[in-house]
Each structure stands twice: as C-alpha cells, then as structure tokens.
Design a protein around this ligand. Sequence first.
Ligand SMILES: CC(C)(COP(=O)(O)OP(=O)(O)OC[C@H]1O[C@@H](n2cnc3c(N)ncnc32)[C@H](O)[C@@H]1OP(=O)(O)O)[C@@H](O)C(=O)NCCC(=O)NCCS
Length: 152
Amino acid sequence: MKNISLRKATIEDKALVVDFDYSLDVVEHIELKREEKITKAILCEECFIILVDNREIGFVIFDYRFFDQGWVGLIVIDEEYRGKGIGGKTFDLICKQCKANKVFTSTNSSNIPMQKALTKVGFSFAGKINGLDDGDPELFYYKKTNNRETKS
Ligand SMILES: CC(C)(COP(=O)(O)OP(=O)(O)OC[C@H]1O[C@@H](n2cnc3c(N)ncnc32)[C@H](O)[C@@H]1OP(=O)(O)O)[C@@H](O)C(=O)NCCC(=O)NCCS
C-alpha cells in the first residue's frame, strides 16, 4: 500500500478542492453552494487534503458539529484513485485524529462504494433518514475512537 496521509488545507488549496468537487457533480456543486462551503471549511481548518505519496488526490471535510462528535461531512477522491482502499484508510486517519470518542458520517443508500469503504474499516450502521433526497434515503454510520480520554 502506498503512503496515504492527510494535511490541513489552506486557502491556497481552494481551487484544487473546488475542482475535485466540481468534477464529482457540477449540478450539486452549484446548487448546494459548495464553493462557499469549501471556503468556510478551509478557513475553519476543517478541510483536509488526502495525499498518496505526497500527490493530492482528494479531500475530506471533518468537524464536530454533529452532537459534538466527529463528523465527516464530505469526502471526495479523484475518480482514478477510487476503489483502491484510499477512502477506508482516510477514515482510519480521521478516527485517529478525532478528539471525540465517535466519528459519524452519512451517505445515500445508492452510494455502495461509500458504504463498503465504511464497513470495511469497522464503521457500524446507525440508522436511516428518509426525506432528504427523494427515493434515496440517507444512511448514517459511526465508529468508536476511544480518543476522548487521552486527547482532549
Ligand atoms: C466514496 C469514496 C470516498 C470511497 O473511497 P474509495 O477509496 O473509493 O473506497 P475504498 O476503495 O476504501 O472502498 C470502496 C469499496 O467499494 C467498492 N466499489 C467501488 N465501486 C463500486 C461499485 N460501483 N459498486 C460496488 N462496489 C464498488 C470497492 O471495490 C471497494 O470495496 P472492496 O475493497 O471490498 O473491493 C470514493 O469512492 C469517492 O470519492 N466517491 C465519489 C464521492 C462520494 O461518493 N463521496 C461520498 C459522499 S457521501
């Protein structure tokens, strides 16, 4: 396995992060005002660049706004690097750096790669919410980190 690491994004990374997100889904990028959200996340030090052997191949947005637990709000990996275990390794790294004792995230029922990446690295299903995207329920997952006692 190549060396996978995370580094905090700076404002100089904004164009790169916006580009990853734009390439994923132009319509969502525009309609959901993702450029604004990405800028805010970078300024709040909540956006991390995913590196493979020092090459920037994606990003993850991580904060503590979900009931004070770790929350992965968005992860995007460049298409050519998907399905190689990088998503799973990113979740491991997020769990290591998390200062709360659980990390939560969610994804659409239709997103099988995300569900597989999560369950492979030990995330458990937490529940389902209907009504966000019509006909495509949101599935929530979590993993215990047991970090709170030692890190905060
Ligand atoms: C979701 C995402 C972050 C997962 O990262 P990843 O590096 O691709 O994940 P992993 O390689 O660790 O695991 C993905 C698993 O799904 C499998 N998979 C990939 N595409 C698949 C498909 N179309 N159908 C079924 N399984 C698929 C992979 O084979 C792998 O499982 P395996 O290791 O058992 O073979 C990444 O695919 C991505 O950026 N997707 C686009 C953006 C996105 O959907 N983000 C999440 C929004 S909530």
